[in-house]
Design a protein around this ligand. Structure first.
Ligand code: ATP
Length: 401
């Protein structure tokens, strides 16, 4: 239908990128990108009258998104060539033909497409040997300065590598390493880096990409010096294990991505922690939690390391300021140690202990509300955690005594 409409209205329309790539790989991809010569917005405006649905246009980028009545989305972009006034800057857009449009893309495997116009519907486009690379499982850039022009492609490369089990082609790997050595990633805004990291970590094989990023020095290119790379890999794996354990127990985990970032930042210096915390654009409560975590976690882990006996209530006192997401980070940072066991005890047993006696009960016992109340409640809670008061009666007895 899109092809027929394009032909009728005098546009050329192409289905490009991930949709074409995954179609050839035999994989499902409902994310349809249409490139239009010469004006995607105009064409999408005509199409919406014909197909119905809701259209959102972005004139500054020459793009539009059509949400169909069934909820599926189609993205339209005007065929374009991007000029980068200086490396790592946002692109400026100029209209041009489909081949130029495809040349500015990240990898050959993403330059495949189908011409939708009838009567040539389905004409296959492969200007840069993308199909051969797709068959061989190779990630290859289109030109030498690709990673310099857009360093986020470094992260896209390792994402596709792990997703499809592909390999970055040798020369491309050389360009990638070169861009890293020239510190290109440090010039990208944290917000953009974090968006790419989020995509990586939401992949099934996300941790494979993370390992690769550590191996190639990508993570250091982003976050500066990492205090212990092997430990970081291990901590990220542990994070996944604990997130899954929480989920298995049907404990809701908010924003998994933030937990991974928190783990990574624990291995970075303070300046980078601050820079990336700003880039995360956290809400007030998340920011408070992050602040609390980074101000206290080292001391917490250090104090729990002490081999002396810790009573249950002492463990609770040490850990009770952390939110459950931060608790996953602490678990991930302390695997296989006494500290880890103590945190697990807290998570599994102590953190759920709550007293049944209420303020009303205390009033009935003739006590006056005031600071004494909270003091009694605090002491009662400690007693319950340490001595296992097992019923409300036992709690009341303890208060009386
Ligand atoms: P996914 O399956 O993860 O959605 P995709 O290839 O569809 O992968 P998108 O991020 O939706 O990825 O991008 C659509 C297309 O735009 C890609 O196929 C690629 O050709 C191009 N593209 C995206 N980001 C870049 C970039 N940083 N540099 C060059 N081309 C890019």
């Amino acid at each position: 239908l899109i092809g027929q409409k394009a032909e009728k209205e005098g546009y050329k329309a192409y289905a490009i990128g991930g949709f074409a790539r995954d179609l050839i790989l035999g994989l499902q991809n409902f994310d349809i990108d249409i490139v239009v010569e010469n004006n995607a917005i105009e064409f999408a405006e005509k199409l919406v009258k014909y197909l119905g649905g809701k259209l959102k246009t972005f004139p500054q980028f020459g793009t539009a998104t059509l949400t169909l009545k069934d909820g599926n989305k189609i993205d339209f972009a005007t065929a374009r060539m991007e000029f980068y006034p200086f490396p790592a800057a946002m692109p400026e857009v100029e209209e041009t033909t489909i081949k130029h449009d495809l040349y500015r893309r990240d990898f050959t495997i993403n330059t495949l497409g189908f011409k939708l116009n009838s009567p040539v519907f389905g004409d296959f486009l492969d200007f840069f040997n993308g199909k051969v690379d797709l068959e061989k499982g190779i990630i290859r850039v289109l030109y030498n300065l690709s990673f310099v022009e857009d360093p986020t492609r470094i992260l896209r490369a390792i994402r596709f590598e792990s997703r499809y089990g592909f390999t970055i082609e040798e020369q491309t790997l050389g360009f990638l390493t070169n861009a890293l050595e020239n510190n290109m990633l440090a010039q990208v805004k944290p917000k953009r880096i974090l968006e790419e990291l989020k995509l990586i970590l939401s992949e099934k094989n996300g941790l494979l990409s993370m390992n690769r990023s550590i191996e190639l020095g990508i993570l250091e290119g982003i976050f500066g010096e990492i205090s212990n790379k092997k430990l970081l890999i291990r901590a990220l794996e542990e994070t996944k294990v604990h997130i899954n354990l929480y989920k298995k127990k049907e404990i809701k985990v908010d924003n998994e991505f933030l937990i991974y970032v928190q783990v990574i930042l624990s291995f970075c210096n303070e300046a980078k922690q601050k820079e990336f915390l700003t880039g995360l654009q956290l809400d007030k409560s998340q920011l408070e939690d992050f602040d609390f975590f980074f101000n206290n976690y080292q001391e917490t882990l250090q104090s729990l390391k002490n081999p002396r006996y810790f009573s249950a209530s002492e463990i609770v006192e040490t850990l009770q300021g952390y939110k459950k997401e931060s608790m996953i980070v602490l678990l991930a940072l302390s695997f296989n140690s006494t500290v880890h066991k103590r945190i697990l005890l807290y998570v599994k047993e102590f953190s759920n202990i709550d007293i049944e006696v209420t303020g009303e009960d205390l009033k009935k016992m003739g006590l006056q509300p005031g600071p004494v109340f909270s003091d009694i409640i605090k002491k009662l809670r400690k007693e319950k955690i340490d001595n296992n008061l097992s019923s409300k009666e036992e709690e009341l007895l303890w208060v009386r005594s």
